[in-house]
Design a protein around this ligand. Structure first.
Ligand SMILES: O=C(O)CCC(=O)C(=O)O
Ligand SMILES: [Fe+2]
Length: 291
């Protein structure tokens, strides 16, 4: 990670509204206060037009360049990404299955010079995120494929209900679908000590249409989204119209060195690396939840 790259932030981000360059100022502190409040109250905070408007076409084009390399494998999954034949009671929500239709472009296929990759590697950006999430420090998810990826949804496709493997997720819409493709989530539906299975099941069964426990957000290109995805069940509704929908997903953890398991990595990217095998042997896990 670069120690300091103020020029990048100055050039590409809306630094007058989002003063990441000046963490000592009141404007910065006020912003953090507002975002913390949004995260606490809504489980989610959106920074509209975080990327300057003049770069919106560029981030869209850079995404379009790599999108053809996304790994597609439509498969039947459950919200916990545990095996469908896992030894769980028949009425467990993990027994509710869905089709996974989204595709990911892995970090090692996204040029380091791309705006999203530079943003991920920017030390002031991760410091800002740590401030928002109220941690001393955040680490990039050390996974060489999943740390940063572009999530690609084709017309007609949805991203099924799930939790994220990392504590927090930060994402940036780089291409908007013509219609549909809404990010929808149920904040704090589970906690580290409680899966809250009944409520989860109810959402899996009834949450695809407007639901009192499900919030809907519609993002524009260049919007940055901060999200507590380990505890909030979430999905992206089916993309309608002719265009794909792309989001850059930036993943962070509280401990350094966290890498996904071999099974899930292959599920998402069609391959795994030596780093995943090694991590599985050593099991660096942040918590004891199912997935
Ligand atoms: O594409 C999005 O907006 C969210 C995707 C997501 O939830 C994920 O990749 O974990
Ligand atoms: Fe997610």
């Amino acid at each position: 990670m670069k120690e300091n790259d103020p020029l990048f932030l100055e050039q590409f981000t809306n630094s007058s509204e989002y003063p990441l360059l000046n963490p000592e100022t009141n404007a910065y502190k006020d912003l953090i206060k507002k975002l913390r409040n949004d995260l606490e109250v809504k489980g989610c905070a959106v920074l509209k037009s975080f990327i300057k408007a003049e770069w919106h076409d560029k981030i869209e084009q850079q995404g379009e360049q790599v999108a053809p390399q996304a790994y597609y494998k439509q498969e039947t999954v459950n919200a916990y990404n545990v095996p469908l034949d896992a030894d769980l009671p028949d009425d467990h929500p993990a027994k509710i299955t869905m089709q996974r239709e989204n595709a990911f472009v892995a970090r090692d296929l996204i040029p380091e010079t791309d705006i999203i990759h530079q943003l991920f590697n920017n030390a002031l950006f991760s410091r800002f995120l740590a401030d928002c999430f109220q941690y001393e420090k955040l680490y990039q998810l050390a996974d060489p494929l999943a740390g940063l990826c572009l999530n690609v949804l084709n017309p007609g496709c949805a991203h099924p209900w799930h939790y994220d493997i990392n504590e927090f997720t930060v994402s940036l819409l780089t291409k908007k679908s013509e219609k549909g493709g809404d990010f929808r989530y149920s904040p704090v539906i589970r906690t580290p000590g409680n899966e809250n299975l009944e409520a989860v099941k109810e959402i899996l069964l009834n949450g695809n249409t407007p639901h009192p426990k499900v919030n809907d957000i519609s993002l524009e290109v260049g919007d940055l989204q901060l999200f507590k995805g380990r505890y909030a069940l979430h999905h992206v509704s089916p993309v309608e119209g002719k265009s794909q929908r792309h989001t850059a997903i930036f993943a962070y953890t509280l401990e350094p060195g966290v890498i996904g398991g071999v099974e899930r990595t292959k599920q998402l990217f069609g391959r795994s690396l030596e780093a995943h095998e090694k991590a599985e042997r050593e099991k660096v896990r942040a918590d004891e939840l199912l997935d």
